[in-house]
Design a protein around this ligand. Structure first.
Ligand code: 3PG
Ligand code: MG
Length: 407
């Protein structure tokens, strides 16, 4: 991909222009109230910047999965109210994203003002990447800004088709995220390590297959490590394990050998007979897991070994926890390695890039999120990037950048 062709909003003349900004304000809600405003806080920088430069800012986003119908359970009205609070300025809420109401609002908006259009996914054409729907959206704007990296794996009208219809630019967050992921995966400082954790191999086969061809060390943790241990003939007792995938695990191990990537598995484990807070635990070698126990975290010898591995690397990519971190004490392995990564990052030795919902929660719990080089809040998009897939929303912005150079 020709990332250098990506055009950003930096230095762009937006004064007096109607700027459609596609953000990802798909925030968690309970009883009509936003319960976590992280995405609003992160997204507000670009909005403030554009408004401050005299743009008429129109926010486009989806919320949840209303499946193409106007289901008011998914209305963006409370999100618009919360955004006004975060921005410290009024946000005009418009109850449809296309049609007369939307166009009228876009005409009335003054430079520096902000509006938010109702949920894009109230229209089934959004998820179909429908060009007519994209054209209906485009009628309310002069420029388009893609600022939703976490939606860029979706070839939807507001992410993809619309970039063919309006001059289109990458917003600052989108640009920052792409730069961070390129630095970690595309043009990394070597040697590189990746930590891939989480419960199941089945959800991460494409990630593992892509990473063995790209990184020097692949650390596998979490429940999925059990499948790899079983593939090596180790009895994992009652642990979570996809026994039907041991052949797949062996194929990944073979591919890694061929590419010169070292797969690093846990050597000891914290086991318990019950999966609950404060359960009695034992630390055992992975070769000595009791038949009636399950592995719930990596043990201290594994942590020391993994810390050594990352200390010998200059780039680290992290997706997925090493244990069942939500329940004490099974987060200890993840937290200890995360602290090690944070320390190496702080000393300038390591570029550390992490992403994915569970990973962010684990790093937050470890208190190190702001000590990593970059932490992506994208879930699906981050995984698809790790799988080596081209993300339609990123490709579309690169192509838009190339087109405008030709024109
Ligand atoms: C997310 O929250 O992961 C993004 O907003 C994408 O949402 P989706 O998985 O419903 O497309
Ligand atoms: Mg999702």
């Amino acid at each position: 991909m020709q990332f250098d062709q990506l055009k950003t909003t930096q230095g762009l003349d937006v004064a007096g222009k109607r700027v459609l900004v596609r953000v990802d304000f798909n925030v968690p809600m309970k009883d009509g109230v936003v319960t976590d405003a992280t995405r609003l806080e992160r997204g507000s920088a670009a909005i403030k910047d554009l408004a401050g430069r005299g743009a008429k800012v129109i926010i486009l986003t989806h919320l949840g999965r209303p499946k193409g119908s106007r289901n008011l359970e998914f209305t963006l009205k409370p999100v618009a109210d919360k955004l006004a609070e975060v921005l410290g300025q009024p946000v005009r809420f418009v109850d449809d994203c296309i049609g007369e109401a939307a166009q009228k609002a876009s005409r009335e908006l003054q430079p520096g003002e902000v509006a938010m259009f109702e949920n894009l996914r109230f229209h089934a054409q959004e998820e179909k990447d429908d060009p007519d729907f994209a054209a209906a959206l485009a009628r309310s704007g002069d420029l388009f800004v893609g600022e939703a990296f976490s939606c860029s794996h979706r070839a939807h009208a507001s992410v993809h088709a619309i970039t063919r219809l309006l001059p289109s630019y990458a917003g600052p967050l989108m640009n920052q995220e792409i730069l961070a992921l390129r630095a970690a995966l595309e043009e990394p400082r070597r040697p590189t390590a990746a930590v891939v954790g989480g419960s199941k191999v089945s959800t991460k086969i494409p990630v593992l297959t892509n990473l063995v061809a790209k990184v020097d060390k692949l650390i596998i943790g979490g429940g999925m490590a059990n499948t790899f241990l079983a593939a090596e003939g180790i009895d994992v007792g009652k642990s979570l394990c996809e026994h039907d995938l041991t052949d797949t695990a062996r194929e990944i191990i073979a591919a890694a050998k061929e590419k010169g990537c070292e797969i690093v598995l846990p050597v000891d484990a914290v086991v318990a007979r019950e999966f609950k807070e404060g359960a009695a635990t034992e630390t055992v070698s992975v070769n000595a897991v009791p038949a009636d126990a399950m592995i719930l975290d990596v043990g201290p010898q594994s942590v020391a070994k993994l810390a050594d591995v990352i200390a010998g690397c200059r780039t680290l990519l992290w997706n997925g926890p090493l244990g069942a971190f939500e329940i004490a004490p099974f987060g200890n392995g993840t937290f200890a390695l995360a602290e090690e990564a944070a320390k190496l990052t702080r000393s300038g030795q390591l570029i550390s890039v992490a992403g994915g919902g569970d990973t962010v929660a684990a790093l937050n719990a470890a208190g190190v999120t702001d000590k990593f080089t970059y932490v992506s809040t994208a879930g699906g998009a981050f995984l698809e990037w790790l799988e080596g897939k081209a993300l339609p929303g990123v490709v579309a912005l690169i192509e838009a950048g190339q087109m405008s150079r030709v024109a």
